[in-house]
Design a binder for this molecule. Structure first.
Ligand SMILES: *[C@@H]1O[C@H](CO)[C@@H](O)[C@H](O)[C@H]1NC(C)=O
Ligand SMILES: *[C@@H]1O[C@H](CO)[C@@H](O)[C@H](O)[C@H]1NC(C)=O
Ligand SMILES: *[C@@H]1O[C@H](CO)[C@@H](O)[C@H](O)[C@H]1NC(C)=O
Ligand SMILES: *[C@@H]1O[C@H](CO)[C@@H](O)[C@H](O)[C@H]1NC(C)=O
Length: 486
């Protein structure tokens, strides 16, 4: 009898523990949508003092703009931007070597640079996605386009103190799958920073350096927690996801009402539509003699009576290519705009994802390629939508390499929506929006949440099954018998 009781008690405390855990994780969600930003100058170059924000203050887009503007208005016009995929202040608290074990720090070069600079500026919390705008803001202020570099190409480049340059170094961040690798990658990134700074030293060109990231990395950290044990954060997110869906419906209705509605470009294979693409504005520009000449492709692509030529387009189970053929674009007789997509199955999330791998411009035998796969993806059965997909301002498309002809081009698609797989009829499926609620992390979270809910339901079920006994053991009376088998 005692064994039955204790077994039940054990079950109750297990479900209580699960409950407590859930409550805890619910409380800690949603407070980490910021990235840090560090700015420093080369030795001997000082900037007018700028007050860092007060503790706990989150720097928004405008304030960030004014910090950068003040620094650039008097500082050197050569800017090094170290743009890491992800970063959060926790990366520094975890790997920065605090409490007297400085030798464990993975950022010796960064610390050295910040210490030796006369005017370092550390913004611990820049709201995200304001941090995404850094590259656009720098570009506007320097009036030059970014050059994507690595240390080798930098050593071949002759910089000139009197002509502005924006050199961007993309740095990776671990996929969050294990913490050990995050540490190693950060350490590798610090090494790259060290190399770049020592090359700059040999060139003796004064510079401003900025180290920041495109996204917070804490998402990745909480993701590892979620995939391990399920988490409250994505419960909240899924509710927000629902709101997003409502907003999407609202948006599509508004577009229809405005009458500014035109059909998407539709590529058919046989009878079936297999690619859909829509945009409010498609434009490309090229740099000639230091000026950007732009061409609006929208009127030749969409609208009443316009049939874009799609020959050479293709689609199958795993790859889709939408080829838009134009004539006379910016002096090029034949001009193609190509969207290359692929889809594959990912084991971690147990679903198929499609990515827009590249946007290509083909003209007069030249091919300019922008990579997109890092940023542009959606579950394969959905469409991808984004307010703005461009290669500047908030770039999600980046030239394949620093020597690619794409570095002379800019592409910009507004209110862009594309679907290359699982198209049914000639309408888009529900859109996965680039605003970020449907990142892979969240989809994975949704799956683990399902597990979580099952565990919780089981726990509650066990609690409800508990009944007080109707008879109690009386030492004086005859013993009651309780069957030992359940
Ligand atoms: C730097 O550029 C300026 C003007 O663009 C030029 O006069 C000067 O010679 C250049 N300096 C070097 C070292 O190339
Ligand atoms: C598309 O964008 C370009 C550049 O921003 C602009 O010049 C053009 O007028 C826009 N076209 C439409 C149809 O809004
Ligand atoms: C673009 O993609 C190609 C092939 O996938 C890769 O080799 C290249 O490094 C990528 N470039 C950038 C800037 O991500
Ligand atoms: C999407 O397409 C793939 C391959 O064509 C197919 O196996 C899958 O069942 C489709 N999924 C949906 C949700 O229609």
């Amino acid at each position: 009898m005692a064994t039955v009781m204790t077994r039940r008690l054990e079950r109750i405390s297990a479900s209580a523990a699960v409950l407590m855990f859930l409550l805890n994780t619910l409380n800690t969600g949603r407070c980490d949508e910021q990235v840090p930003l560090m700015l420093w100058t080369s030795e001997g170059i000082s900037l007018p003092g700028q007050l860092p924000p007060t503790a706990g203050h989150i720097v928004g887009r405008d304030q960030l703009g004014s910090y950068l503007e003040k620094a650039l208005s008097v500082g050197p016009r050569n800017v090094l931007l170290f743009l890491q995929d992800k970063m959060s202040i926790e990366d520094f608290t975890m790997y920065g070597g605090a409490f007297g074990n400085k030798q464990d720090s993975v950022f010796p070069n960064l610390e050295g640079a910040l210490m030796s600079s006369p005017s370092p500026l550390v913004l611990p919390a820049v709201s995200w996605p304001a941090s995404n705008a850094v590259i656009g803001q720098l570009q506007d202020q320097l009036e030059t386009s970014p050059l994507y570099m690595d240390p080798e190409t930098l050593s071949q480049l002759r910089l000139n103190a009197s002509s502005p340059a924006l050199l961007v170094f993309r740095l990776p961040y671990g996929n969050g799958a294990d913490l050990m690798s995050a540490k190693e990658i950060l350490s590798g990134n610090d090494e790259v920073i060290g190399q770049v700074l020592s090359i700059m030293k040999t060139q003796s060109v004064p510079y401003i350096a900025i180290y920041t990231a495109l996204r917070p990395s804490r998402e990745a950290a909480s993701l590892t927690l979620e995939t391990g044990m399920g988490g409250g954060r994505s419960l909240l997110q899924s509710r927000r996801g629902h709101k997003e869906r409502e907003r999407e419906r609202e948006r599509q209705r508004k577009i229809k009402e405005k009458g500014g509605d035109y059909a998407p470009v539709e590529f058919k294979k046989g009878e079936n539509t297999c690619i859909l693409m829509w945009a409010r504005n498609l434009s490309v520009s090229i740099q000639r003699n230091g000026r950007w000449e732009s061409h609006d492709l929208t009127p030749a692509t969409f609208g009443e009576g316009v049939t874009p030529r799609l020959h050479d387009s293709s689609c199958d189970q795993t790859e889709s290519r939408l080829v838009l053929n134009y004539e006379g674009v910016l002096g090029h007789r034949d001009f193609k705009l190509i969207f290359a997509m692929s889809q594959s199955h990912y084991r971690v999330s147990a679903r198929r994802w499609f990515t827009l791998d590249a946007v290509e411009l083909v003209y007069d035998g030249t091919k300019a390629i922008f990579n997109g796969s890092r940023n542009i993806y959606a579950p394969a059965e959905y469409s991808y939508r984004c307010e703005s997909v461009s290669s500047f301002q908030w770039p999600v498309l980046v030239p394949r390499s620093s020597k690619d002809p794409a570095t002379q081009w800019r592409v910009s698609f507004e209110d862009f929506q594309i679907q290359g797989f699982n198209v049914t009829g000639s309408e888009f499926s529900y859109a996965s929006d680039c605003a970020g609620f449907f990142t892979p992390g969240i989809w994975m979270g949704l799956i683990t949440n399902l597990l979580m809910v099952l565990v919780l339901t089981y726990g509650l079920h066990m609690i409800m099954q508990l009944r007080t006994m109707d008879r109690f053991d009386d030492p004086k009376g005859p013993a009651i018998s309780v069957p030992q088998t359940e």
